[in-house]
Design a protein around this ligand. Structure first.
Ligand code: X90
Length: 280
């Protein structure tokens, strides 16, 4: 593939707003309240949105990119690798698939591959980084498709949530499951299931116990020394402590800690953490 004709496009649930080395575009999701519409692009003031949401008592919801949003982000590229949030929780994957059909029909010489990440946030970030690596290594389109699907099977996502109100109110998790995280000081630790839904693992009391629980669950998954990406909703302190523990227990790991963008902030809520990792 000619590197100048390749583009990676992901929806904004990946938290990746820009990328160096390969042409990249983020397709924004939206967060909608009775008072505001927040577009999850690089201009969004995430802190202000989260502060507004903490005070806001009305209804709120989200919407994914539609087919034409995706086509716009595809631009004029010839080889497109498109990564979406899990199709179990969002229509993003379906609209991207439709966009692929239309785009390829209009331009028969172009190719689009759409990957349903079965996850979101930092697991998508790992996928995007891997795509970049494969593309820069000079792999052919079909090779990249095969290798990225195999890679996605070896990545996973944990989440630690202090509140699951927005997930429950928008029907992304049962009200019963969301109650776990509703109690002061209790955090729900869970993972993205193999089917791409939320799977509860345990409830943790206090920060220290939560960090230990994540370490235990990582070990249980067979985690050894792969890359780890941690995104958080204004909880840099816990994220950094977790990172330090990971390095203490597993050695000199390639980790990155960063703030969630809009969509993940809305659902992970204030204090929430998402941990994407390579399982083996
Ligand atoms: O289409 C839309 O409106 C977007 C809906 C997204 C719903 C879920 C977002 C979850 C964000 C919360 C914890 C991680 C869950 C991972 C499960 C696969 C982050």
């Amino acid at each position: 593939m000619d590197i100048n004709k390749v583009k990676i496009v992901a929806d904004s649930s990946s938290d990746v707003m820009s990328l160096k080395g390969v042409d990249y575009s983020s397709a924004p999701l939206k967060i909608v309240t009775d008072e505001n519409e927040y577009i999850d692009n690089k201009d969004l003031d995430v802190r202000k949105m989260v502060e507004n949401m903490l005070l806001y008592k009305g209804k709120s919801s989200t919407s994914c990119p539609n087919t034409f949003d995706w086509i716009r982000e595809f631009g004029e590229a010839e080889y497109i690798f498109c990564v979406t949030i899990t199709s179990q929780l969002s229509g993003s994957y379906n609209s991207a698939c439709l966009a692929k059909q239309i785009y390829e029909k209009e331009h028969p010489e172009r190719k689009v591959f759409v990957l349903n990440s079965l996850s979101t946030g930092p697991e998508m970030c790992l996928i995007i980084e891997k795509l970049k690596e494969l593309i820069l290594a000079g792999k052919e389109f079909d090779e990249v498709c095969a290798e990225i699907q195999a890679y996605n099977k070896k990545t996973d996502l944990f989440f630690v949530l202090q509140s699951m109100k927005n997930l429950a109110n928008n029907g992304r998790v049962s009200k019963v499951a969301s109650k776990i995280a509703g109690v002061l000081g209790i955090r729900a630790l869970g993972k993205a299931s193999d089917e791409g839904t939320l799977e509860m693992l345990e409830k943790c009391r206090g920060e220290a116990r939560t960090i230990d629980a994540v370490i235990e669950q990582l070990a249980k998954c067979g985690y050894a020394s792969g890359k780890i990406r941690i995104s958080h909703c204004f909880n840099d302190a816990t994220a950094k402590k977790l990172k330090e523990r990971i390095i203490e227990v597993f050695g000199n790991i390639n980790t990155k800690v960063y703030n969630c963008r809009g969509l993940c902030s809305f659902y992970a809520e204030f204090g929430g953490l998402l941990i994407g990792f390579e399982k083996e």
